[in-house]
Design a protein around this ligand. Structure first.
Ligand code: OOG
Ligand code: NI
Length: 260
């Protein structure tokens, strides 16, 4: 498989969970835009069987290289990003929950889930532990929204990201956000609608996650699924666009899957 095939599989799973992403595509394409993807993000648990390096192995085999590391103290997460020599390839951002910093109960729950993960390559998209329990979801939610989300959705693209620099008729994140608001999409305003600044060489915004009816062991419940992000990058002194991420901004972007 090529990286393009893996990403295409993740995209079709993602639009199923995120009808807003398909709508935004239609709106932009209707205005004559060709959409370029800046990055795709995955979430996981910092457990030896499924940690960031395990998920990344699939992408590293397809030519991606580890290119940056990030730490989120309050959310108890760490992350890495990966770049591909093919300049058309979107960056990959993978984060993991630092299990040691959570209760024994949470650690046991995640250990239990990971027991059913087979050795070898991780598949995308996949949720190796079968149907989730709503009770477990709620229990995890008490300690970490990220843990609860990852339990239910597993290893799938948590968001795709429209690369604003490549749009023809939209020249700023402000313009993009205005259009989204006019079309009725709810924005993530945690830390301000636009995270980052031209000085930091990266500006980001995102809509709040769609709500999806998910089948649990106990029945079907509507919970936040995935969201769409928008990024504008600026050149550094060498004239090349900045390719990394800004931890302080990312910290707020994570909150796009919080309940509205
Ligand atoms: C990732 C949030 C961080 C970014 O671009 O800074 C991020 C997530 O919600 O899993 O994607
Ligand atoms: Ni992102």
């Amino acid at each position: 498989m090529s990286y393009k095939e893996v990403i295409a599989k993740c995209w079709s799973d993602y639009v199923d969970k995120t009808p807003s992403a398909a709508k935004i595509h239609e709106i932009l394409e209707g205005r004559g835009e060709h959409i370029v993807n800046d990055h795709i993000a995955f979430r996981t648990f910092g457990h030896p069987k499924v940690n960031t390096d395990k998920l990344a192995a699939v992408f590293v085999d397809l030519g991606y290289k580890e290119s940056g590391e990030y730490y989120f103290e309050a959310k108890k997460l760490r992350a890495k990003h990966y770049e591909h020599p093919d300049t058309d390839a979107p960056r990959i951002f993978i984060s993991e929950l630092i299990l040691e910093e959570f209760s024994e109960g949470l650690q046991k729950t995640i250990d239990g889930l990971c027991m059913s993960v087979e050795k070898g390559k991780i598949n995308f998209p996949s949720r190796p532990w079968g149907f989730p329990s709503y009770k477990t979801y709620q229990k995890l939610l008490e300690e970490s929204e990220y843990a609860a989300w990852t339990y239910v959705f597993g290893f799938c693209a948590n968001h795709f990201t429209i690369f604003i620099n490549h749009l023809k008729n939209i020249h700023s994140l402000e313009e993009m956000n205005e259009l989204l608001i006019k079309e009725g999409f709810p924005m993530n305003v945690s830390g301000g609608m636009i995270k980052g600044s031209p000085d930091q060489l990266l500006e980001q915004s995102s809509i709040l996650a769609d709500k999806q009816a998910v089948r649990f062991q106990e029945g079907t419940y509507e919970i936040p699924s995935c969201y769409y992000e928008f990024a504008r990058r600026y050149p550094s002194k060498d004239g090349e666009l900045f390719t990394g991420f800004i931890a302080k901004s990312a910290d707020k972007i994570f909150e796009s899957t919080h309940s509205r």
